[in-house]
Write a protein that binds this ligand. Structure first.
Ligand code: PLP
Length: 351
């Protein structure tokens, strides 16, 4: 097993979590034998299934964690699994941010759930906006940090803008901010730039978030991960619901890693369509700008964007209006669909 750089996040953990005796689940001790310890239903599930759904799932999910780790050249101890990245965000905030006192920092325009999860937990949100060309300004981020800032959330490639953040700026933040830096890599497989996972060897305060929802096409499973220093993962394990990932999701998540070639093939098709759509959209008279994208969507600037959004929706083509986001006036975010779906979208724009 790899030697991990020394890092003790305990001083950053909320005092009540530091002293928490986590719930000890029955299935942590035994999962074979005559199981009369967890008030399950020994008569079986009402639905005929091979999945043993009358039994609680595993709590630590070492098999899935190992496969995810192998896929990203990490160790199992560096993988935490959540019910989508959305649960990962919430758990990070609950472990490290004291409600009513601490803050997280976000860099708008960015994915909305960081702010929502902070607000739900009564945690403050400080903003250090990206530049008007959607780039990260490490200096600005570092000067906005306060004593209460516990976590900086970065998103790369960024939603909704589609671009990858400048790695040098990310590294400046990782070195300049001694607390936790989350880099949300939900879309990293659509990019030809590398995941930042390798930086974890030298920056133990880096938490990379990934998900099976995008490149693997498994949004319905609800499985996401925090890839982080083992000591961070263990704190997150203490706080998660004991059975957060259900048996069906765990089993299918494991199978996903047997189909990495298919994932890569699908990504190739999506990226090819993205490049075609970029060209075709640029030629439409109402389109002023198509922003470069390393993801499975394109952000475009359109005259009267809100009107086009409504018109397309009324014809059954649903895209996302993003004109209310900082620096995104008159923009629409379009997920890359199948060639037929994309052609329909282009037709509806012109019609
Ligand atoms: C940047 C980003 N992070 C996370 C998520 C959510 O991922 P999950 O489905 O794993 O909760 C999304 C979903 O759109 C996203 O855009």
């Amino acid at each position: 097993m790899k030697e991990h750089i020394k890092f003790n996040p305990e001083p950053l953990v909320r005092p009540n979590i530091r002293t928490l005796a986590p719930y000890h689940a029955a299935r942590d001790d035994f999962n074979k034998g005559i199981l009369l310890d967890a008030n399950e239903n020994s008569y079986g599930s009402v639905i005929p299934t091979e999945y043993q759904l009358h039994r609680y799932p595993e709590t630590r999910l070492n098999l899935v964690r190992s496969r995810w780790a192998q896929f990203r050249e990490l160790e199992m101890e560096q993988v935490f699994l959540g019910v989508g990245s959305d649960e990962v965000i919430d758990i990070l905030i609950r472990v490290f941010c004291e409600p009513g006192r601490d803050e997280v920092m976000i860099t708008p325009p960015t994915y909305g759930m960081y702010k929502v999860a902070a607000r739900i937990n009564n945690v403050g949100v400080t903003e250090a906006a990206l530049s008007s060309d959607f780039q990260l300004d490490a200096q600005k981020v570092l000067t906005r940090v306060t004593r209460e800032t516990k976590i900086i959330f970065l998103c790369s490639p960024n939603n909704p803008t589609g671009n990858t953040l400048d790695i040098q700026q990310v590294e400046r933040i990782l070195h300049g901010f001694k607390r936790l830096v989350v880099v949300d890599e939900a879309y990293v497989d659509f990019s030809d730039k590398e995941s930042l996972c390798s930086l974890m060897e030298t920056c133990p305060n880096l938490i990379v978030m990934q998900t099976l929802s995008k490149s693997f096409g498994l949004a319905g499973l609800r499985v996401g991960a925090a890839l982080a220093h083992p000591s961070i993962v263990e704190w997150m394990m203490k706080v998660k619901a004991p059975y957060n990932i259900n048996k069906l999701s765990a089993d299918l998540a494991l199978q996903a890693f047997d189909h990495v070639d298919q994932m890569k093939e699908n990504v190739r098709h999506i990226v090819a369509e993205r490049k075609r759509m970029e060209k075709e959209l640029k030629e439409l008279p109402m389109v002023d700008e198509v922003f470069p994208s390393d993801t499975n969507y394109l952000l475009i600037r359109v005259k009267n964007a809100l009107e086009y959004y409504k018109k397309l929706a009324s014809r059954g083509v649903i895209i996302r209006y993003r004109g209310d986001q900082l620096h995104c006036e008159d923009t629409l975010r379009i997920t890359i669909g199948t060639p037929e779906e994309n052609n329909r979208l282009l037709d509806e724009f012109l019609d």
